[in-house]
Design a binder for this molecule. Structure first.
Ligand code: 4NP
Length: 152
């Protein structure tokens, strides 16, 4: 399975989501791929936000090797699952979908921890204290995705 995590800047939320999901699939022994991207282009080429790097590090996850890039239409072909962080990302990604197969790949990541509630991961960019909460939300959602796919 190939999974793409998507937020706006690809420096705060989706790098955390990528790091968390990679750790969980490593623990599960899966041979899956995980990447991340942003709907915006402003931070392309940059390392994740310092606060995301620190928060991930506090949980034993190193995301310093990640570099931001912009989501592109070709990602619909490259990935099986496209997890978006919020409803704005959802709209912007779906706008680039060319067919129903593409649209079916896109889901709000919190639909796994909170099904049917259309919940968004809050953007922590202007909130220094929001990163740990974002980490915990993403950790629960990634766990809820991976756990049922583990062998009994
Ligand atoms: P992210 O957070 O979408 O979680 O990476 C943001 C990063 C940068 C900006 C907005 C959100 N920005 O406006 O530059």
């Amino acid at each position: 399975m190939k999974i793409l995590m998507v937020c706006l800047g690809n420096i705060c939320r989706s790098p955390l989501a990528e790091g968390i999901m990679k750790q969980k699939i490593r623990e599960a022994g899966f041979d899956w791929e995980v990447d991340s991207a942003g709907t915006g282009h402003w931070h392309a080429g940059q390392q994740p936000d310092r606060r995301s790097i620190v928060t991930a590090g506090q949980h034993g996850i190193d995301i310093t090797e990640q570099r931001a890039r912009q989501f592109q239409g070709a990602d619909f072909e490259r990935f099986d699952k496209i997890f978006v962080m919020d409803t704005e990302n959802l709209r912007n990604v779906l706008r680039l979908a060319r067919n129903e197969e593409h649209r079916a790949k896109v889901e709000l990541i919190l639909d796994y921890s909170h099904p049917g509630q259309d919940r968004s991961v809050p953007d922590p960019y202007y909130d220094d204290d929001g990163f740990e909460e974002v980490f915990q939300m993403l950790d629960r959602a990634c766990e809820a995705f991976v756990l049922p796919r583990k062998n009994p």
